[in-house]
Design a protein around this ligand. Sequence first.
Ligand SMILES: Cc1ncc(COP(=O)(O)O)c(C=O)c1O
Length: 377
Amino acid sequence: MIYFDSAATTFQKPPAVAAAVWDALATMSSPGRGSYAAAARAADTAFQCRCELAELFHMGSPEQVAFTMNATHALNIAIKSLVPPGGRAVISGYEHNAVTRPLAALGAGVTVAAAPLFQPDRAAEAFERLIVPGVDAVVCNHVSNVFGFIQPVEAVAALCRSRGVPLIIDASQSAGTLPLDMTALGAAFAAMPGHKGLYGPQGTGVLLCGEGTPVRPLLEGGTGSLSIQQEMPDFLPDRLEAGTHNVPGIAGLLAGVRYVRRRGLEKILDRERRLTRQMAGGLREIPGLRVYAAASPCRQAGVLSLTAEGMDAETLGSALAERGIAVRAGLHCAPLAHRTVGTLDTGTVRLSFSDLNTPEEVDRVISVLRVLLKGTN
Ligand SMILES: Cc1ncc(COP(=O)(O)O)c(C=O)c1O
């Protein structure tokens, strides 16, 4: 199989990840629930993972790193900590349902900051006049999961800081690929999956909590700390982590984060960019294919969307699957992004890359698409 669906989850993981999951199942119990060796080993693994993440994202302390089930869970905590029912939020035109649905459930008034099409570098201009007193939170994804556009979170963060409005960054598609300095940005939260660019197992996610940000638990329950008290502890990460941890997942995530740090963000981004450029270049030569990419290549990450004349996205996605090529077709849980670009009626076929893909795989997919689309236009 050629796997080009890493924007959903990185299915191909570094071998150390599976080994770490297996080791955790064989040797670890529950962190913070005992002082015997198996519990201490689990606690140490969780702590090491927090430390690696805190260093990667420039957090003040490892305690500001909370484990979640996925990015959706992390975004729910972030949004519900800051936006009260009926509150106000400003979001980018590329947000995922993991942002828009919690806001809808809160009955929040949502304003969309729409950047000029294919010019994500100008997103901050769109936010400029919308970040005003009374806005409870701004939510901006770092990279669009549909189009791969890189949004200028640094400029949006500067606007938020100057206007005193908290910022939530959805780093689902950038964590492990693009740098994110939480201390310099002063963001309230950044949410991310462990299972995409950080190469951890499915069922892992991370919420980075900015210094002094008020945090509201989504779940209440046992934390192994302050057990006599009936309110959740007021300190991090315990305040946000009720119940038994996903220890095998966290152990795998630790191995994934160590892979990313050893390899280096620059090298990973460079590889994904090269693959993306190679794919876009090859696809543009196929008549009837439309490739959606940012006007400036430095604003494009390793995700590409396309539509084909004469073949709908689902049919094309299935045809590729039949030929052993894994891509995603449809709306990718982000109807807002499609509305912004004008592909809501058709959806797109999405090709997304990881550090473990190769140029040969890209060439193969280009030639399969050339043959598939020959008779359609
Ligand atoms: C931009 C973005 N936000 C949020 C999510 C939700 O991630 P998860 O499936 O880990 O909850 C995704 C997943 O595709 C995403 O791409």
